[in-house]
Design a protein around this ligand. Sequence first.
Ligand code: CMP
Length: 139
Amino acid sequence: MSAVEDTLIVVKPDGVKRGLVGEIIGRFERKGFAVKRVQMLTMSKPQAEEFYSVHNAKPFFGELVSFITSGPVVGVVMSGRDAVATVRRMVGATKSWEAAAGTIRGDFGLGLTDNCIHASDSTESFTKESAAFFGKTLG
Ligand code: CMP
């Protein structure tokens, strides 16, 4: 039996601009996840560099930081059974054009940097990304 755990999703600037916040959060609520925290903000450059620090040696890092700071994003902490893996299955493949129909990226875009949504890939990433996103007040 898989344990109940928390994970973080961030609706990216393209998802917010296109009015997909409700659709995206709603999918997770209908699946059965409990929404524990929601915040809209525009990330600063240092905050984005911290949030995406695992990618800081990648050639696309600059583009990634520039995009994620380009407008408001919505972070959502959700809780449920095997949340990290289950949420990532619902999010779909990173390259939206390859993402399976029925997943969020598969249903709502064709982008790579602009792929609607980010989701933590481990509980360690959840802890680190939540601290970068919400600051030290997570609780
Ligand atoms: P995300 O799940 O937010 O995690 C890191 C992001 O980097 C990923 O989604 C993509 O938006 C982005 N990304 C991954 N690979 C590339 C790439 N080759 N070029 C540009 N962006 C990328």
